[in-house]
Design a protein around this ligand. Structure first.
Ligand code: CP
Length: 304
């Protein structure tokens, strides 16, 4: 398959191949070799129908480091505003001989839909509350880097699980690699049948943190939120916010992750985000190597 639409479509050996390829690219970057000629004959369009800082910049940098030609499309500055459809937009871009499309879209399944209607290779950079596969890959890669392995580790995902594509992709990726996964957050923000994915539910944050090796802190997805779902921000922070005082009261040091953007003082305090326990910026750094690996592996199939 020439697409990366979700972790749901990968197996454990796909993930290991991506990690080994990312190891290679990370090693190359660390030797200050900022550009390799691998994809000189590949053109990639990054089309974003939703805001992004990390994912957009990280994909663009990964593509440039692989020497691909890069087109950047932002829906808010495009003819989508004049009523052009998704398929028309992408087919117009593809007629400029584009080989690969990296797409972020607010609708769940937008990447799957696109992959059925166009000939290019599609990478899902986040589709609504569905999946964000490269985020989950870079998250697991960062756990592996910090703790040596993902298998057997206890990982809790804290926050707005219901609206989070990061949570779902992480659950798939972590389970494939043999981690133990729990989710923690307000009951109203935890999907009803989440246990069917093989994850536990812990509504008490302290108990969740006492159990875990890694806590992946998520932001409340206000842009997807029905206001009736939710406790107030103040109540959320009181019950589910992680502070340094809380971390220091545990009898072990856990690893803190966050996909960004952080709402400092809501789900996580600054002294946690900026602490030694936090690998938040390592996640961002690893995102480039992971995206180089994904693009490189998909492009090698296009070339066949
Ligand atoms: N983690 C993440 O997807 O961040 P952006 O929304 O800034 O891309």
């Amino acid at each position: 398959v020439n697409h990366l639409l979700g972790i749901k479509y990968l197996n454990e050996s796909d993930i290991q191949l991506i990690f080994e390829t990312a190891d290679h690219f990370k090693e190359v970057i660390n030797r200050s070799i900022k550009k390799v000629p691998s994809l000189r004959d590949i053109t990639i369009a990054n089309i974003f129908f939703e805001n992004s800082t990390r994912t957009k910049l990280s994909f663009e940098l990964a593509e440039k480091r692989l020497s691909a030609d890069v087109l950047n499309f932002s829906a808010s500055q495009s003819s989508v505003k004049k009523g052009e459809t998704l398929i028309d937009t992408v087919n117009n871009i593809l007629s400029m001989k584009v080989d690969m499309v990296v797409m972020r879209h607010p609708n769940p399944g937008a990447g799957i839909f696109l992959s059925r209607h166009v000939s290019a290779s599609i990478i899902n950079a986040g589709d609504g509350a569905h999946e964000h596969p490269t985020q989950a890959l870079l998250d697991s890669y960062s756990i592996r880097e910090r703790l040596g392995d993902v298998a057997g580790k206890n990982v809790v995902i804290v926050g707005d699980i219901l609206h989070s594509r990061v949570a779902l992709s992480n659950i798939f990726a972590l389970k494939l690699q043999g981690a133990n996964v729990k989710v923690c957050g307000p009951k109203t923000l935890i999907p009803k049948h989440i246990e069917s994915l093989g994850v536990g539910v812990e509504l008490n944050l302290r108990k969740a943190l006492e159990w875990c090796d890694v806590a992946n802190m998520l932001r409340i997805q206000n842009e997807r939120l029905d206001i009736n779902y939710f406790p107030t921000t103040r109540e959320y922070t009181q019950q589910f916010g992680v502070s340094k005082k809380l971390l220091d009261s545990l009898d072990k040091e856990i690893v803190i992750m966050h996909p960004g953007p952080i709402n400092r003082g809501v789900e996580i305090t600054s002294d946690v985000a900026d602490s030694k326990q936090s690998i938040i910026l390592n996640q961002v750094e690893n995102g480039v190597a992971i995206r180089m690996a994904v693009i490189y592996l998909l492009a090698s199939k296009i070339k066949q």
